[in-house]
Design a protein around this ligand. Structure first.
Ligand code: NAP
Length: 270
């Protein structure tokens, strides 16, 4: 048994991690938070000041940490690179998890998830899709609770690489649309956003986008620009993550949610 400190464990992804670790009953869990009592599944929360490097180093010496992988277009890229550089100076064992895209959004609300809805590329409710790139690029999808199970399992690995790759399914947007049409029994109206359009920060709006951008915690313009960035990521292969050395290979017996499973559970017969 190890003590697992989940930084940001009160958030959407973090809470998924905490709940899954609790279910497995293999480790002691604490949540690192900037405030007291974030109220996550009755787990002890430890208040940390991320500005106090010494205190954080002390806390991390006793606990393991995890996070997610940005790329150069991510607004947080510079911060992550700086934190990588600092982590490399320590004797801590650490890793960043690269999990592709969460498919949870395409099964909500029937598929259990803590992630707030983001409509990206496909809106099954309106039967519309705006697909980025050539639509034939491989995209890794990992259901949020599968990600949490992978991360839990990785705690037993003898060594962590700087980047841990995991995914539950790999597919293309073209295949995704075929499965969606197969499961719902009707055609989707599909448009395409080539890379040149996405590079200009433009993309085809889907019906829920105006409402979602207005409700986003980010300024509306930034929330919209994130959709063209996501499109570029899929079109340029950032979500086509490594199979070699991935947790998918290291834990081949895990039952994982595929895109078909998500769509079937979310939109198939009740
Ligand atoms: N690959 C994908 O498809 C995908 C999808 C969604 C999210 N993500 C990534 O997953 C990560 C978590 O997303 P999320 O939706 O769970 O976010 P979230 O709900 O906002 O949770 C993040 C948590 O981090 C802590 N936090 C926020 N701002 C902070 C700051 N300035 N300094 C220190 N701690 C801070 C907060 O905890 P306290 O207030 O308790 O300190 C918060 O609960 C993000 O990196 C996001 O980009 C990836």
């Amino acid at each position: 048994m190890v003590v697992v400190a989940v930084a940001g464990g009160s958030g959407n992804v973090g809470r998924t991690m905490v709940e899954t670790l609790l279910e497995l009953r293999e480790h002691e869990i604490i949540v690192l938070s900037r405030k007291q009592s974030p109220g996550v599944a009755n787990v002890e929360s430890v208040v940390v000041d991320y500005g106090d490097v010494g205190a954080i180093a002390e806390a991390l010496t006793q606990h393991d940490g995890w996070g997610s992988l940005p790329n150069k277009r991510s607004p947080v890229y510079a911060f992550r690179e700086a934190s990588n550089a600092e982590l490399r100076k320590t004797t801590l064992e650490w890793t960043r998890v690269s999990n592709g895209f969460f498919p949870d959004y395409y099964g909500s609300p029937r598929v259990k998830t803590h992630l707030p809805t983001i409509t990206f590329a496909v809106d099954i409710a309106s039967r519309e899709a705006a697909l980025p790139g050539t639509r034939n690029e491989s995209i890794a999808f990992t259901y949020s609770f599968d990600l949490a199970r992978f991360v839990s399992a990785s705690l037993s690995l003898p060594k962590w690489e700087e980047t841990t790759y995991c995914y539950g399914d790999k597919t293309t947007w073209n295949e995704f649309i075929k499965v969606a049409e197969d499961i719902t029994g009707s055609r989707l109206r599909v448009t395409y956003d080539p890379v040149e359009k996405l590079q200009k920060g433009e993309f085809t709006e889907l019906p829920p986008h105006a409402k979602e951008a207005a409700a986003s915690p980010f300024p509306e313009a930034l929330a919209r620009s994130l959709l063209s960035i996501l499109g570029l990521w899929t079109a340029e292969g950032y979500f086509n993550i490594s199979v070699e050395g991935s947790l998918y290979q290291k834990f081949p017996n895990k039952k994982l949610m595929t895109v078909r499973d998500i769509l079937l559970q979310g939109h198939g017969p009740k």
